[in-house]
Design a protein around this ligand. Structure first.
Ligand SMILES: [Fe+2]
Length: 285
């Protein structure tokens, strides 16, 4: 195992991009034994069933989550035959396992000094491992976490779009997501030239800003990727501001968009937290 998860160039790139720019970062984890297929079969066996999700990977870029089909295989068979079973699979919250938690912490500890001065404390550290077949597609969606996707095996191309572009994901779409809606977003071919395609190979990673829409297509070999994520005080405030907007819309006011970094969303976030606390106090069920 390497002592350092990123080389100097990777840390410098992350420092240039964080938190609002999508861009490539080099890493030193390629070939790590915890990402061999047999190790991943063992990990999948230790994780609770709800932390393992798999489906067929021949999806269009834009997809209704209800239209995604199961692949009909066991978890172990999905991983072992990933080369030719046409699947997409994710092992979620791998920090539930001590070995993967230690690795996740080692990666995130290294960049924490770059993160904290900009977006506040590094909170809710989570790791996800994506195992996918040749040409599998992860449909167009956004995520609430800060994310670095590290490519471990095979290749993939992630196309990332600007966060905060309301034509790609309208405010009501953000609000529905924060009220428990699905992360997938409707896609139009007219969006294509606003995205930047980043090719990932083992040893390369990409920093993906909070809520930046993206979609992924695998290369011609099976792919294993490690997504290291965290929330920040800034990201929670962005989410609460959308929650506040949802409430104002319900009383007939059309709200303004929450600000992107370096804007802080303190007022809406404080108001939303106060309202949520009052609601809980009045109706603790
Ligand atoms: Fe994602």
């Amino acid at each position: 195992m390497t002592d350092q998860m990123f080389d100097g160039e990777g840390r410098a790139a992350f420092a240039r991009f964080y938190p609002e720019t999508a861009g490539p970062v080099t890493h030193r984890l390629a070939g790590h034994p915890l990402f061999e297929l047999d190790a991943l079969v063992r990990l999948a066996g230790r994780l609770p069933g709800a932390s393992v999700e798999r489906n067929l990977g021949d999806l269009p870029i834009g997809v209704d989550p209800d239209a995604v089909r199961a692949n009909g295989l066991s978890v172990a068979d999905t991983i072992r035959s990933i080369e030719d079973n046409g699947s997409w699979m994710v092992l979620k919250s791998v920090e539930q396992d001590p070995d993967y938690r230690a690795l996740l912490d080692a990666v995130l500890d290294e960049i924490e000094p770059l993160v904290v001065p900009r977006t506040g404390a590094m909170l809710k550290r989570e790791g996800f491992i994506f195992v996918s077949s040749p040409d599998a597609v992860t449909p167009f969606h956004f995520d609430p976490e800060h994310n670095i996707l590290l490519q471990m095996r095979g290749t993939k191309t992630m196309t990332v779009f600007p966060a905060g572009d309301e034509e790609l994901a309208g405010l009501e779409r953000h609000e529905r997501f924060h009220m428990g809606g699905h992360r997938n977003l409707p896609y139009s071919d007219g969006f294509a030239d606003r995205g930047v395609a980043h090719r990932l190979t083992p040893g390369r990673a990409i920093h993906v800003p909070v809520k930046a829409p993206h979609w992924v297509r695998n290369g011609p070999e099976p792919s294993v990727s490690f997504s290291v994520t965290w929330r920040s005080e800034w990201s929670f405030r962005e989410a609460y501001a959308h929650g506040f907007n949802h409430l104002t819309r319900r009383v007939g006011i059309t709200p303004k968009a929450p600000g992107r970094f370096p804007r802080q969303n303190h007022a809406k976030s404080l108001a939303y937290r106060a309202i949520s606390r009052a609601k809980r106090a009045l109706d603790p069920t």
